[in-house]
Design a protein. Structure first.
Length: 135
C-alpha cells in the first residue's frame, strides 16, 4: 500500500506533539520513510506537517512579496492586512523581494493569494485595452 505525502505529513505532525526524545522520534520517522523508499516526498511531507501543526496552533504563515525591501511602516501595514485577511489566527509573515512586481504587495498562504501588486494591475489594464474596440 502506498502512503501519500499528506498521510506521512499528518503522522509527522502528530509525532511532533508527543513528549519525549525529539531526536529519536525524528530519526525513527526518517528511517521509516527511507525503508518505504519515500525520501523524494520529504519536502511535501514537511510542508503538510507544518500546515497541520500551524492549524492546530491557530497560526497562519503568510508570504509577503514586495518589489522593494519593506521598511518598518510597510511591514506594519502588511501584517495588519494579513491579520485582517486571516482573522482569529496568529499570523507569521515572511518577506521576499520580487522586483518584477513593480510595486505593491502580493500575500499568499497555501492556496490563497491576495495580489495588490502594480504588475497585476498593469496586466488587468492590458486585458481591458486588448478587449476594447476603437474606431
Amino acid at each position: 500500500m502506498k502512503i501519500s505525502s499528506a498521510q506521512y505529513g499528518k503522522v509527522l505532525a502528530a509525532l511532533s506533539e508527543e513528549k519525549g526524545d525529539a531526536k529519536r522520534v525524528a530519526a525513527s520517522f526518517l528511517s521509516f520513510v527511507r525503508r518505504r523508499r519515500a525520501t523524494r516526498k520529504l519536502d511535501d511531507i514537511v510542508r503538510v506537517a507544518e500546515r497541520q501543526v500551524d492549524r492546530v496552533a491557530g497560526r497562519v504563515r503568510v508570504l509577503a512579496e514586495t518589489a522593494v525591501p519593506a521598511d518598518d511602516a510597510m511591514r506594519r501595514e502588511i501584517e495588519a492586512a494579513a491579520r485582517e485577511a486571516f482573522p482569529g489566527n496568529e499570523v507569521v509573515v515572511s518577506y521576499v523581494v520580487l522586483p518584477e512586481l513593480l510595486g505593491g504587495v502580493r500575500l499568499s498562504s497555501g492556496d490563497e493569494v491576495l495580489d495588490a501588486s502594480v504588475g497585476r494591475r498593469l496586466r488587468e489594464m492590458e486585458g481591458v485595452l486588448k478587449g476594447s474596440t476603437y474606431g
